[in-house]
Design a protein around this ligand. Structure first.
Ligand code: GLP
Length: 255
């Protein structure tokens, strides 16, 4: 697995944008899985800028599936994945909105919504590339510790550490207004992607990154289950790398 260590978070976002851009240029009909966190948001801003500079970087035929959505947030809620993705990326490029899939967090029948999402993804032939952020407790999407490598799209309850992270003022202003649940793409769904890109920046992710590499892979650190994937690329910055005891062989420092 290539582990790319960049000097800082902005640089890591640029490298993430490079890989997504290259994938779209190589396959204009790419099916792309997307995370909503702030780490990936910086890469999306870069892609928007590049799209306006380079007419070849077209999203017209790209299909996207976001990894998660808060329950019970409606698309109009300013912290919903749908709202943020529209605002940060979809509105600024030539993607067809009907080809951007995000679970409906306010669906009346959540189980049916999860089944429909999974079916839609399978009907599109699965993910070519999926971009993932890393949660402080090692979650990806919202596959919290304990998630199975075979899990599919489903409703999950947040752990206390995720609730604490989500209510830190960046996403939600207080614990009271923080949703307790989400619909998330499962680890099995993610592991079926052809290429997985995992990004983590900042010292707040250092512990999760350390556990991913220095502990035995297992469901207690869901991101560690991605290490079994034959085509995983991880991009981190120096701060996120600062607690790793033993770097993987395939580590590249990007100065
Ligand atoms: C949560 C979200 C992901 C996001 C990750 C990292 O897990 N479900 O979509 O990528 O957090 O978020 P951030 O980059 O804001 O730290």
């Amino acid at each position: 697995m290539p582990l790319l260590i960049c000097q800082d978070a902005p640089y890591a976002a640029l490298r993430l944008a490079d890989i997504i851009e290259q994938a779209i240029l190589e396959n204009p009909r790419l099916t792309l899985g997307l995370a909503t966190g702030r780490t990936s948001a910086a890469a999306y801003a870069e892609l928007v800028a590049r799209h306006h500079q380079n007419t070849e970087l077209a999203f017209r035929q790209v299909t996207t599936f976001n990894t998660d959505e808060f329950v019970p947030l409606a698309a109009t809620h300013r912290m919903s994945a749908r709202y943020l993705m529209n605002y940060r990326l979809f509105r600024h490029v030539d993607i067809k909105l009907e080809n951007t899939y995000i679970p409906h967090g306010d669906a009346v029948d959540l189980a049916a919504e999860c089944r429909a999402y999974e079916a839609m993804l399978q009907a599109r032939g699965g993910l070519d590339l999926v971009v993932l952020g890393l949660g402080h407790n090692g979650h990806v999407g919202f596959n919290e510790p304990g998630s199975s490598a075979k899990s599919r799209t489903r409703v999950v309850e947040f752990t206390n550490s995720t609730l604490a992270a989500l209510s830190d003022g960046y996403r939600f202003q207080s614990l009271e207004e923080t949703p307790r649940r989400a619909i998330t793409m499962g680890l099995g769904t993610i592991l079926a992607a052809k290429h997985i890109l995992l990004i983590a920046t900042g010292v707040s992710k250092a512990h999760a990154v350390h556990r991913m590499f220095d502990c035995r892979p297992g469901p207690s650190v869901p991101a560690s289950l991605l290490l079994q994937h034959p085509n995983l690329t991880m991009i981190i910055d120096a701060d996120a790398a600062s607690h790793i005891a033993e770097l993987p062989q395939d580590t590249v420092y990007i100065p």
